[in-house]
Design a protein around this ligand. Structure first.
Ligand code: MLT
Ligand code: ZN
Length: 483
């Protein structure tokens, strides 16, 4: 194993290059650059080589050789993650492995409602292949045009349709994984039922490349919705939003696909910074919800059913106002408001992100407690708490005071994160609902995770990756030295 702090030896690199062959790697600094910086530019590392294997057999041979040479391996998808999991550490001790040459759709089975794809497939391509077969692959993310299925699996991605379809973990039937010693774990089947011992797939989903490299997956498809009704609703507070969610689910059941909370400040930021965003209402409201209902069968009456329920909410003053999209263009405009929030907050200036989840019914109390805590700690700071209310998951973000000193605000990041995460822990919530651990939240995992769970995680890591070559320092740390 490459000793800590020592870059990979030139002879080992030559060996890896000859194994990968011409076209199988990048080694020019300019070509490597995009692979060693995360997309938010918070992490920068070094790697002397980006491997581009084009088959499962090539990944297997590569990992076997890396294990023999003791070379660290950082799997890399579309580089859209938030926690730096795909960015190597400084020091040139690791190679990056990109599966961008493994982007084939291996099979689409409309009758069995499944699709088998390689890990380098772009999410949007999988959605398009499903649509071409008159099916839906429901994972839906703002980064769908660049994130890969391997990254979606490795981070157990969430997004805006979790309420109806679940997270990435819930969309998987089978997996193919190359283990750190080069063995291939072949569970690439479309079985709906298989109770043969431990379900190993779930070890690798959400492991952020720390246990092996997922090379292919068999994913669930669903009937394609024939109709949507999309509404933007203005309301007083998150408690009113939770009541509306309960009422809609009681009346419309599983047709409620999306239920996203948007605070006034997020709407303002989107309208200010992102072209094409505009406030659908004449008067401002403190909170909004973007919601969507969808039906696989002909959607006659779906819009009416939603309208009737929203009208009832307006009558009882549970809602302040509501619009239902009357055209595809209006639907897209409403979605644009929601999807523009992360970019708009970045354009506004310094911000701190927290990706928390709490049981949905407790979220309103949490939002209020968090708001007053942050206001006390940084008077004038602006809470931008938005996201997947239907899943109990909010991006509890904070922008610095308007016109304030960004550097001074960011310097308090660790302290504010601790305050928010301690509050989350007091609600028995999660400090990372959908963005993972990466290198960003390793210390948080150590602080907040149940010690028994942490002990088991370390044991699994040691069992599967005894040399600690897989994505060293991500999710768990210290195990590469523990060999
Ligand atoms: C989102 O829901 O928009 C993302 O997961 C969070 C973000 O980009 O901040
Ligand atoms: Zn999100």
């Amino acid at each position: 194993m490459t000793r800590e702090c020592e870059p990979i030896a030139p002879a080992a690199l030559d060996e890896l290059k000859s194994l990968l062959g011409p076209g199988g790697y990048l080694d020019a600094p300019a070509d490597i650059e995009p692979f060693v910086v995360d997309h938010r530019r918070r992490y920068r590392g070094d790697a002397p080589l980006v491997a581009l294997p084009d088959s499962t057999a090539a990944v297997s041979a590569l990992l076997r050789r890396c294990a023999a040479l003791g070379v660290g391996v950082v799997p890399h998808g579309g580089n859209t993650g938030y926690c730096g999991a795909a960015t190597p550490r400084p020091g040139g001790r690791e190679i990056v492995v990109s599966l961008r040459r493994m982007g084939r759709i291996r099979a689409v089975e409309p009758a069995g409602n499944s699709i088998t794809v390689e890990a380098g497939c772009i999410l949007q391509e999988v959605q398009a292949a499903a649509e071409a077969a008159d099916r839906l692959f429901p994972m839906s993310l703002g980064s769908g045009g660049s994130c890969t299925i391997g990254g979606n699996l490795s981070t157990n991605a969430g997004g805006t349709a979790v309420l109806r379809y679940g997270m990435m973990r819930d969309l998987v039937l089978g997996l193919e994984v190359v283990l750190p010693d080069g063995r291939v774990l072949d569970q690439l089947r479309a079985l709906r039922k298989d109770n043969t011992g431990y379900d190993l797939r779930h070890l690798f989903i959400g492991a952020e490349g720390s246990l092996g490299i997922i090379t292919a997956a068999c994913l669930k498809l669903f009937p394609r919705p024939r109709g949507h009704a999309t509404a933007f609703v203005a309301l007083d507070d998150p408690a009113a939003a939770v009541r509306l969610l309960d009422r809609l689910r009681a009346g419309l059941g599983d047709t409620v696909t999306t239920f996203e909370l948007v605070p006034r400040i997020a709407l303002d930021l989107a309208c200010r910074h992102v072209p094409g965003c505009s406030d659908p209402f004449g008067a401002p409201a403190p909170w909004y919800v973007l919601l969507e209902v969808s039906l696989p069968a002909a959607a006659a009456g779906l819009g009416d059913a939603l309208e009737a329920r929203l009208a009832a909410g307006l009558e009882t003053s549970e809602l302040r106002d509501a619009v239902i999209a009357a055209s595809l263009a209006q639907r897209e405009a409403l979605w644009r408001l929601r999807e523009s929030i992360p970019a708009a907050q970045t354009r506004e200036g310094a911000s701190l992100k927290h990706d928390i989840s709490i049981e949905t019914h407790a979220l309103p109390a949490f939002v209020e407690a968090g708001r007053s805590l942050l206001e006390r700690l940084v008077p004038g700071s602006r809470l931008v708490a938005y996201g997947h209310l239907g899943d109990g998951n909010l991006h509890f973000n904070l922008s610095g005071p308007a016109g304030g000193d960004d550097a001074a605000f960011l310097a308090r990041g660790a302290e504010l994160r601790r305050a928010v995460h301690d509050l989350v822990a007091s609600y028995r919530g999660s400090f990372s609902a959908e963005h993972g651990i990466g290198q960003d939240k390793v210390a948080e995992l150590e602080r907040y995770e149940d010690p028994v769970a942490l002990d088991l995680m370390r044991g699994i890591k040691r069992l599967l990756d005894p040399q600690g070559i897989m994505n060293p320092g991500k999710v768990l740390r210290g195990l590469e030295e523990a060999r």
